[in-house]
Design a protein around this ligand. Structure first.
Ligand code: ADP
Ligand code: NI
Length: 221
């Protein structure tokens, strides 16, 4: 694709995403997208990945989020129709669709990403769930769902039971359910380095949190 054409589609994607996610208050706002795009470009450069594919997939990745659409299919259809209306490059469309449709966490159950570009974008999205920003997003998401911060009366064994209503999960529980597992799931070595720093900060945060609450028996991380 010519450079001018590539710049055009990136600019149009930015505008589309800003309009779609403006005011989204559960951690998927435009600035999440902007951070993921910038991190994806940094990793792409280090890994020699295709920057157009990474940037476009990063910009569009949350348009298809299940939580923001009636269904996963409806979300993916929205991205595909946007791409069809903005480029004739079917190879690019397929690469971006493949990444967006397979990159979500899904309890860590999804198969590995098929392309280097997919690995880069997945790492960038996961990095934004870690560290100081990840902590802020977790509490914002949890608050948006009407959940409480922490309940020391609920053991992690109870919370982990399948039949425990997920709507009652606390923000702190989300660290154990997902955030603290992410550093070992990074695809690229640069992302792993960043993830380790952010992971250490979250552990420190949890120690301070429990000490202020005067909780002595803390879960293993
Ligand atoms: P992403 O947009 O990065 O793919 P998600 O859609 O899973 O990730 O989540 C968006 C943000 O909300 C993340 O920072 C994530 O940690 C947080 N989040 C998701 N599920 C929960 C939950 N059950 N409790 C608290 N925070 C959550
Ligand atoms: Ni995201």
């Amino acid at each position: 694709m010519a450079t001018g054409e590539a710049l055009d589609i990136i600019r149009q994607a930015e505008q589309f995403v800003q309009e779609e996610l403006f005011g989204e208050a559960s951690g998927h706002d435009w600035w999440h997208i902007e951070r993921v795009r910038n991190t994806a470009l940094d990793i792409a450069e280090k890994e020699h990945a295709d920057t157009l594919v990474c940037e476009l997939a990063a910009l569009l990745h949350d348009i298809a989020d299940e939580k923001l659409n009636e269904s996963k299919e409806a979300g993916l259809d929205k991205v595909r129709s946007w791409l069809n209306g903005h480029t004739a490059n079917t190879g690019l469309i397929e690469q971006v669709m493949e990444i967006i449709s397979t990159m979500s966490y899904n309890g860590g159950q999804n198969p590995p990403m098929k392309t280097l570009e997919g690995e880069v974008v997945q790492d960038a999205d996961r990095l934004d769930a870690l560290g100081a920003i990840g902590i802020a997003r977790t509490f914002a998401y949890s608050g948006a769902k009407g959940r409480i911060i922490h309940d020391p009366g609920l053991s992690h064994e109870v919370l982990a039971q399948e039949d425990y209503r997920s709507s009652s999960k606390t923000a702190i529980y989300h660290f154990y359910e997902k955030l603290l597992k992410l550093k070992d799931l990074m695809n690229t070595s640069y992302a792993r380095e960043l993830a380790e720093q952010r992971h250490a900060f979250m552990e420190l945060y949890l120690q301070q949190f429990y000490s202020e609450w005067k909780i002595r028996e803390v879960p293993d991380t």
